[in-house]
Design a protein around this ligand. Structure first.
Ligand code: RIB
Length: 347
């Protein structure tokens, strides 16, 4: 790999002249600029990012820590983050904690060791990352998952409103025996989804039987097991609100395994949309999160803060952004008894 010294030697100029051309500082004649540029091309010179980072005390690199790389939800959030980072000259280091809080710590330590300029974090444990905020090693923006009461830099969605609207949709179809498979109750997103579900039932004077509240963990297996349990009850629910994409996939496996049909025997409404939801049979009714926008806005918040600090900002940037989810009505929800899909939309 050629160095800046090789470029200077080939162009017959000083190191300072090559540096001025590379950093577009001006003050170099057209003739010398042309000689440097020809030498850069001839040697296929690539700046040494780590060396530049040490000098500028920046690496132009952002760490992204997510709980589950295999989950399309997080993949779409990361894509939104990367689109913003790339447009502003930053690269990403992506870390998967596999829903393990100790891996969050390891990933954050490794990212610090690599002197990333900041971190986007969707934590696998409710306490992950909070200590780093106080240490101010590097700015952190939380995305999607935050601990109860957290009001620091974060981009989340209105989980309560999304669940409330979804449950109202099931009630509007005439369902009175409505169950839910809730997510991990240590994060606000799952807590708020369950609260939105409860609120809609309460306002419609519908009871929530203990058996109809299944506690999942966002993973497929918990959706499958909860689905089997609910659908084997003496009086099974006629509608089930599943609070994450993977749990919905598990639930649909249980429906099929029991020889039941959706929505004829049971309506299913899942939190999180995903590519194949519209290609499922039946096409799933979902609460879609603005995943790309979540990643985009979280990265924008982080990069703005990094640049703010470079210009002497005092870092009092604690602000939380809440985005809106969207109810996408397809064919997996219908009146009890399944008398045809509920106004299936094209989405
Ligand atoms: O497993 C995906 C779920 O976990 C999504 O609903 C998202 O909110 C994440 O926290």
């Amino acid at each position: 790999m050629h160095t800046i010294h090789d470029v200077a030697r080939l162009a017959g100029v000083s190191i300072a002249t090559v540096s001025a051309v590379l950093n577009k500082k001006g003050g170099v004649s057209a003739e010398l600029t042309d000689r440097v540029e020809k030498a850069l091309v001839a040697l296929d010179y690539q700046p040494h990012q780590l060396a530049r980072g040490l000098k500028a005390r920046r690496t132009q690199t952002i760490g992204v820590v997510i709980p589950d790389l295999t989950n399309t939800f997080f993949a779409e959030v990361v894509r939104g983050a990367e689109d913003e980072a790339r447009s502003r000259g930053y690269s990403l280091i992506l870390c998967d904690s596999n829903e393990d809080g100790s891996m969050d710590r390891t990933n954050l330590d490794n990212l610090y060791a690599r002197r990333v300029d900041g971190v986007l974090l969707s934590p696998s444990h409710v306490m992950s990352g909070l200590d780093r905020l106080s240490q101010r090693r590097f700015p952190i923006v939380f995305v999607d998952r935050i601990p109860p009461g957290f009001d620091g830099p974060a981009v989340v969605i209105d989980n309560f409103g999304g669940a409330y609207q979804a449950t109202q949709h099931l009630i509007s179809l005439g369902h009175t025996r409505i169950a839910t498979i809730a997510g991990r109750q240590d994060f606000c997103n799952a807590i708020d989804r369950l609260e939105g579900f409860r609120k809609a039932l309460q306002e419609a004077d519908l009871p929530l039987h203990d058996e109809y509240l299944q506690r999942g963990d966002f993973q497929l297996e918990s959706g499958y097991r909860s689905g089997l349990h609910l659908l084997r009850l003496p009086k099974p629910p006629t509608a089930i609100f599943s609070c994450s994409n993977k749990m919905t996939l598990g639930l649909m496996s249980a429906v099929t395994e029991l020889g039941l049909r959706c929505p004829e025997n049971v309506s299913v409404l899942g939190f999180d949309d995903f590519d194949w939801a519209a290609n499922f049979s039946p096409r799933l009714t979902t609460v879609a999160q603005p995943t790309h926008e979540m990643g985009h806005q979280a990265m924008r918040m982080l990069l703005d803060e990094i640049q703010n600090r470079e210009h002497g900002g005092n870092g009092n940037w604690n602000k939380k952004v809440m985005l809106k989810p969207e109810l996408r009505i397809r064919n997996s929800t219908a009146p009890p008894g399944g008398s045809g899909p509920a106004r299936a939309s094209a989405s």
